[in-house]
Write a protein that binds this ligand. Structure first.
Ligand SMILES: NC(=O)c1ccc[n+]([C@@H]2O[C@H](COP(=O)([O-])OP(=O)(O)OC[C@H]3O[C@@H](n4cnc5c(N)ncnc54)[C@H](O)[C@@H]3O)[C@@H](O)[C@H]2O)c1
Ligand SMILES: [Zn+2]
Length: 364
């Protein structure tokens, strides 16, 4: 088991450990030893409940813990204000109090929703992240961003609220669908492209093993990504500037997601977004064509598409990009790359510049 400590401030509240390599079978033991003095609420979705939630609850009960599992229907459609209310009602009617502990067991949806509930319930109770998708293990469980969707947009209601700790067992990824696995892998490729050329090389050399879900390789990679995200966050916890380095591929990626009406999953959209933003980087003279080709080759190795979907117009794209959170009156801020493993944040592109860059795609 390897440990990373996130210290985003001198205050203990904002510091927490990420443990990678903890076996889910030993999780109950670990949690019981640390938190048996309080009521424990495991919040999870119906899939993860059947796979791991019930077992964890039963083990904790067998040790004598005061534990209750609360589940909801899996999927992004559950990340709503209504669901937040329903879960709060369940928690309160089940006797939750100021010193209770929430365990967010699941993917990013569970982590965001349960974490956000913990933020405001009794003015904030402690919670632990136990992420079970690759995306949640390398991204959403680390950094303390929690929240829910609003009918007019994703993640519009939320907070920065650090977990007590993040406990990661990569072996649970064995039951994940391959498409959900790849969805997370796109973020792994992103970390390497903006921050870690050595990780990029590992991904190039071990793509075959990664596609086969070779656990020791995945564990190493998850650990490395958590370390990278931890470093970024400790420099800029509240996404004022430097944390934007993690937005590479996301401005175009979000536009693709939005235009597809979320039929294209986040990671797949970000993969295409990275390829297109690498094109932008080359055209703006920031990146060599050779490095851009290397990135696309790696993305292709995992089966990602690397072009802009052609079934939308230039206007569609411009509109979708403008409403991205990274836009301001003067244009849109992109995070681009300078070479593999190194990025440039706050590259402001105005509408005309964007139009010129988008002209290179044969759009409808
Ligand atoms: N807070 C952040 O910083 C942050 C960052 C990135 C993404 N997110 C959010 O994360 C969410 C997406 O997360 P996600 O991709 O994990 O989706 P998800 O939570 O919906 O999980 C995807 C699917 O996998 C299932 N699942 C989870 N673990 C499993 C396992 N071990 N085996 C089998 N099935 C399993 C789930 O039930 C679900 O059906 C989005 O809502 C996004 O906004 C948040
Ligand atoms: Zn992302």
């Amino acid at each position: 088991m390897k440990k990373i400590r996130i210290r985003t401030s001198t205050e203990a509240f904002y510091s927490y450990d990420i443990l990678v390599g903890l076996n889910i079978a030993k999780l109950a033991d670990y949690i019981f030893k640390k938190y048996s003095d309080r009521k424990i609420f495991i919040i999870t979705d119906n899939n993860v409940k059947n796979l791991y939630g019930n077992k964890l609850t039963d083990s904790l009960k067998s040790f004598g813990a005061n534990v209750k599992l609360i589940s909801f229907k899996a999927g992004e459609q559950s990340k709503t204000r209504q669901m937040k209310e329903l879960l709060e009602d369940r928690l309160i009617s089940s006797g939750a109090n100021r010193s209770s502990l929430i365990i967010a067991l699941g993917g990013g949806v569970v982590g965001d929703l349960a974490g956000f509930i913990a933020t405001t319930l009794f003015r904030g109770i402690e919670y632990i992240q136990v992420p079970t998708t690759l995306l949640a293990q390398v991204d959403s469980s680390v950094g303390g961003k929690v929240g829910i969707n609003h009918p007019s947009g994703k993640n519009l209601i939320g907070a920065f609220y650090p977990p007590k700790e993040v406990l990661i067992d990569t072996s649970v990824l064995k039951t994940l669908s391959f498409s959900d696995y790849l969805n997370g892998l796109a973020e792994v490729i992103k970390y390497s492209a903006v921050l870690d050329a050595e990780l990029f090389e590992i991904l190039e050399n071990k793509s075959r093993l990664l596609k086969k879900l070779k656990l020791d390789v995945i564990t190493e990679i998850v650990f490395r990504c958590c370390e990278l995200k931890a470093k970024v966050i400790s420099k800029d916890e509240r996404e004022k500037s430097y944390r934007r380095i993690l937005n590479f591929g996301h401005t175009i990626g979000h536009a693709i997601e939005l235009l597809s009406n979320y039929k294209i999953q986040h990671g797949y959209a970000v993969a295409r977004g990275m390829a297109v933003e690498a094109d932008f980087s080359v055209r703006l003279g920031l990146l060599s064509k050779k490095d851009s080709d290397r990135l696309k080759t790696l993305l292709n190795k995992f089966g990602f598409e690397t072009d802009l979907p052609k079934n939308y117009t230039m206007e569609d794209y411009l509109k979708a990009i403008q409403i991205d959170k990274k836009s301001n009156d003067f244009g849109v801020n992109f995070t681009l790359i300078k070479k593999i493993g190194s990025a440039k944040i706050n590259v402001l592109l105005n509408e005309n510049e964007l139009k010129t860059l988008l002209m290179f795609y044969d759009l409808r």
